[in-house]
Design a protein around this ligand. Structure first.
Ligand code: NAP
Length: 395
């Protein structure tokens, strides 16, 4: 890794440790466990002047904003990441270097081995969610990670250096995400990784697996033997939902295209509906739970196939969904619900147990290096990914 020096005034306020501040070079050398000799092995020295420092929040500081004039400074390490400086198509992403994050007192620092692509990564990148995500740039996409703990905050107790972990970062508030070699996260956002799986497969689990579990169990009130219909069973969430519904001994009807029929049968689906030939809302059958991962149907249309106390769960909270979910909780009967995935380490533990018991198996459709993130986003945007797409970050 390249050493980076900064010459920031001591009164410049830094937060969260994204940019490390040390009062002098000696202190930096001690804290970073390196010395001047180490530094001199590296040729490049960057200086962040006070003016340029003021322009950026320390937390969102990136190396390409650094003034390159030589001078005395403080030591920082630089990690690699994929970032964009404004919303746009996949081409707006580029490889950058940014200072290593430093774990806060209750955080762990994870060297990321792999991350995965979720549709929300490119939805945020495209700017279609900018009312929620705001206009802070540069931004590093990605929420899922699997890797090894390389540092532990003073009061973090759950993990030790060297532990293999997997987990996810908050979807909308994360500015520096997991398309990067390191991430500092509250330890509650991580869990021990499934021991039987390579980290590439572990990285495929968090967001999609948590969404599937919480949609079925919490939003849909999943019970043993439920008749469940899963729309979009071949996608990231649908793959896990199909397998988890089978753990509950559900009778699973999967809605998919003909080309993915055998694939979802292999996940445990009992019945297949090819959406090209049949409208699943008009099949004349009853379900206790309909999970609409594609979110291209409506509660009104799905009422036709819901049992009297059945629940329609969607992943897209439209105004109509919000209205019906409130009405359903007041009047009872057929219910409408939506999932907003929540990062629960207990749920990550459940997913780990499922994976270790081989009752769920992440299906990685494509594995590619981080520097092919643009291509990965374009594939995901095509809507044709089967299972999950994983990006390998480091060895
Ligand atoms: N609310 C939340 O907390 C939350 C959490 C996670 C995800 N999401 C959202 O949920 C959606 C699904 O996520 P994901 O990761 O599962 O997406 P994904 O992996 O990109 O889904 C792709 C799959 O969808 C299938 N598909 C496309 N059109 C279909 C249709 N008309 N009928 C049935 N299947 C269809 C495709 O199969 P074919 O090629 O066979 O068509 C493909 O396998 C995304 O919009 C995502 O942003 C929301």
């Amino acid at each position: 890794m390249k050493q980076v020096a900064t010459g920031i005034s001591p009164d410049f306020k830094l937060n969260d440790g994204w940019l490390r501040y040390f009062p002098n070079r000696e202190e930096a050398a001690t804290q970073l466990n390196c010395n001047e000799t180490h530094k001199e092995e590296h040729h490049e020295t960057h200086i962040l002047t006070l003016d340029s420092a003021k322009e950026v929040e320390a937390r969102y500081f990136f190396l390409f904003q650094v003034d390159r004039e030589p001078g005395s400074g403080l030591l920082l390490q630089a990690m690699k990441a994929i970032a964009y400086k404004g919303y746009g198509n996949a081409d707006c992403m580029e490889e950058v270097e940014l200072p290593d994050p430093v774990p806060g007192e209750l955080e762990i620092l994870v060297k990321i081995h792999a991350t995965s692509v979720n549709p929300v990564d490119w939805k945020i990148r495209s700017g279609s969610l900018k009312l929620i995500t705001g206009n802070q740039f540069p931004r590093v996409p990605g929420v899922d990670f699997a890797g090894k703990v390389v540092d532990v905050g003073k009061h973090a107790r759950r993990f030790r250096k060297g532990d293999s972990v997997f987990g996810m970062m908050p979807v909308f508030s994360t500015i520096v995400g997991t398309y990067a070699t390191l991430v500092a996260i509250p330890e509650k956002f991580a869990a021990a990784a499934p021991a039987n799986l390579p980290l590439e497969q572990c990285a495929a689990i968090p967001l999609a697996g948590l969404t599937a579990l919480q949609s079925l169990r919490d939003r849909g009130g999943m019970k043993d033997g439920f008749r469940v219909l899963i729309n979009g069973a071949s996608g990231g969430v649908g793959c896990f939902a199909t397998q988890i519904a089978k753990i509950y001994r559900g009778e699973v009807t999967a809605v998919t295209s003909g080309k993915n029929a055998d694939f979802v049968r292999g996940l445990g689906a009992d019945h297949i509906i090819n959406y090209h030939n049949q409208d699943f809302t008009r099949i004349g059958e009853e379900f206790d739970l309909v999970l609409d991962c594609v979110s291209n149907s409506t509660f009104d249309a799905c009422k036709r196939i819901l049992a009297p106390n059945g629940t329609y769960v969607t992943l897209l909270p439209t105004a109509s969904v919000l209205f019906h979910s409130v009405m359903g909780s007041v009047f009872g009967g057929k219910r409408c619900a939506y999932t907003a995935v929540s990062i629960q380490s207990d749920d990550l533990d459940i997913l780990r147990q499922y994976a270790q018991g081989k009752t769920i198996e992440p299906r990685v459709d494509k594995l590619m290096p981080l520097n092919r993130a643009r291509e990965a986003h374009e594939l995901s945007e095509s809507g044709r990914v089967r299972g999950k797409m994983v990006l390998t970050v480091s060895d």
